[in-house]
Design a protein around this ligand. Structure first.
Ligand SMILES: CC(C)(COP(=O)(O)OP(=O)(O)OC[C@H]1O[C@@H](n2cnc3c(N)ncnc32)[C@H](O)[C@@H]1OP(=O)(O)O)[C@@H](O)C(=O)NCCC(=O)NCCS
Length: 230
């Protein structure tokens, strides 16, 4: 789940460029599900913001909607993604492009979890900040943090998520970090199963009280998997 975005003030980590950054997937999938992956660019910011909202499952709407009239979560996130110094910057994203029409069909964002220590949520109303505090505080410090992973509904179960996850693991390895961590809502069974099957284990649960605008049940699970350097 995407957890933190526009409030992140500092970006003092310049992740190495991805070696062999582009990869084609051509196998037995139907042609309209073929895709290619590449690092994101500035011009992807708006679309990436939408994928961030998908990954957050209501979190960003809860945090950002109605702070300013007619400005929604995707608008706030677009600005954050377009800003190079933020961890959520486009430069820390990898996107999957559908061969059929060239649109982005999936996206992932990683950065070292320790960057969250510099987070600045001053822009958010105190009530919203306080509500999600358990989630903000429960982190696997020292790991690479998978802040967002989402695939458009039409293209799920075609290997896009697995490919983006493999990129996230590569980024951890390249940064010399031996763990990849993430948060997933406990009631997001598809995501929890997806990660569990890929060797992620739960480290703890951030209890988030029920809120009509963030109606998740069971809190948010911090999950982690070791990254091999072989
Ligand atoms: C979780 C999520 C990212 C997974 O993405 P995805 O692209 O569907 O993932 P994959 O296709 O790689 O894998 C999903 C399943 O499809 C299967 N699959 C992949 N290619 C397939 C194919 N050609 N035919 C049949 N099944 C296939 C995989 O084996 C996997 O099943 P498994 O987990 O039982 O092994 C996606 O469901 C999503 O975007 N959800 C909404 C946002 C979200 O919840 N994000 C996570 C926040 S923490």
């Amino acid at each position: 789940m995407a957890k933190l975005a526009a409030g992140l003030r500092h970006r003092d980590w310049d992740g190495p460029a991805l070696a062999g950054s582009s990869s084609s997937v051509a196998d037995s999938r139907p042609a309209d599900h073929a895709f290619t992956c590449r690092p994101a660019v500035f011009g992807d910011s708006r679309q990436i913001a939408r994928f961030t909202c998908t990954a957050g499952e209501g979190l960003y709407e809860f945090l950002f909607d109605n702070l300013i009239p007619f400005v929604g979560a995707a608008d706030f996130l677009t600005l954050a993604v377009a800003t190079p110094r933020y961890p959520v910057s486009f430069s820390n994203w990898f996107v999957a492009i559908g061969d059929a029409d060239g649109s982005i069909i999936g996206a992932a964002n990683v950065f070292p979890a320790d960057l969250l220590k510099h987070d600045d949520h001053a822009v958010l109303p105190l009530e919203r900040r306080t509500h999600i505090r358990p989630l903000l505080e429960l982190q696997d410090w020292g790991s690479m943090f998978l802040n967002a992973l989402a695939v458009s509904e039409r293209h799920r179960r075609c290997g896009v998520g697995a490919r983006l996850l493999a990129w996230a693991e590569d980024k951890a390895r390249q940064a010399g970090l031996d763990r990849l961590s993430l948060h997933a809502w406990a009631d997001n069974k598809t995501a929890v199963d997806f990660y569990t099957k890929r060797d992620f284990v739960p480290l703890g649960v951030a209890e988030i009280p029920h809120h009509p605008r963030l109606p998740h049940v069971g809190g948010s699970i911090l999950m982690r998997r070791n990254v091999s350097f072989r």
